[in-house]
Design a binder for this molecule. Structure first.
Ligand SMILES: [Zn+2]
Length: 258
């Protein structure tokens, strides 16, 4: 067991057992269960290189983890795991990741004047959407519709056929997104004008939502997508390295927070 190599981890475990056997109450934030230690409901990871590498790779290098940046990876690891100097350990891991070095992209949007939209207070009330085209064909699909919730930043990726019509996109959108989240009040789009015009026409008619088209001259309306493009791009770069028959199944399970 990995914990046997870590004195500090063992001392903590022994102390918790001592407290429990002395009939005292273990502090609320700690839990010792079946030889594992938990701190604030997160698994306490002992100092063990191979175990730590497995965890870091699962939260950063895997296809679905998507090689996100240092802070996002720290946030992910922290949800389930605890260890001393956790942030520094993850920063080192991300910094030394070979694949990240090769797919590096600027982590900031183009500098521009700040023109915020109204603050959002509800999930899936305002969404942002874009199409990523000309991907390797998988199950006949060559494009991905990216839909991001402006409030939670959760994203859906939906595979589309090369010649999907606006009506197809509307049907898929209703089935995959609207049915799950409902109560949509605003859609902000970066899709091309002709296509999105037809898409919005049928969708807005069916849902009674207001429209706000994003154009190159209205950068304030694409704040979230702009911010998320490096993340979405990186995730997709990794997904596209899969064999083509794996592409669509993988994309369809990639409902993630960007
Ligand atoms: Zn990486």
């Amino acid at each position: 067991m990995a914990g046997k190599e870590d004195e500090r981890w063992q001392d903590t475990g022994r102390e918790l057992v001592r407290i429990r056997e002395g009939g005292k109450k273990i502090p609320d934030e700690w839990l010792e269960k079946e030889g594992l230690l938990y701190y604030k409901n997160r698994l306490y990871i002992p100092e063990n290189e191979s175990l730590q590498t497995q965890i870091a790779q699962g939260c950063h290098n895997s296809i679905i983890a998507g090689h996100f940046g240092q802070e996002k990876t720290i946030e992910r690891v922290t949800r389930d795991f605890y260890k001393k100097e956790l942030a520094e350990w993850i920063r080192d891991h991300v910094r030394s990741c070979d694949e990240c070095q090769h797919t590096k992209s600027p982590r900031h949007a183009k500098y521009k004047l700040l023109q915020p939209l109204e603050v959002l207070y509800a999930t899936w009330s305002s969404i942002l959407t874009d199409l990523i085209r000309q991907l390797p064909e998988s199950q006949g699909k060559t494009q991905i519709m990216v839909i991001v919730d402006g409030f939670t930043k959760m994203a859906h990726f939906i595979g589309l056929h090369e010649n999907a019509t606006a009506k197809d996109v509307t049907d898929i959108f209703l089935r995959e997104v609207w049915i799950l989240h409902g109560l949509l009040t605003e859609i902000i789009s970066d899709m091309d004008a002709k296509f999105s015009g037809e898409f919005w026409e049928s969708l807005c008619k069916m849902l009674g939502v207001k429209r706000r088209m994003s154009t190159a001259f209205h950068p304030q309306t694409d704040r979230q997508m702009e911010k998320n493009q490096p993340s979405a791009g990186r995730l997709l770069t990794n997904i596209c390295q899969l064999r083509s028959e794996q592409l669509v199944p993988t994309i369809t399970v990639s409902r993630t927070r960007l």
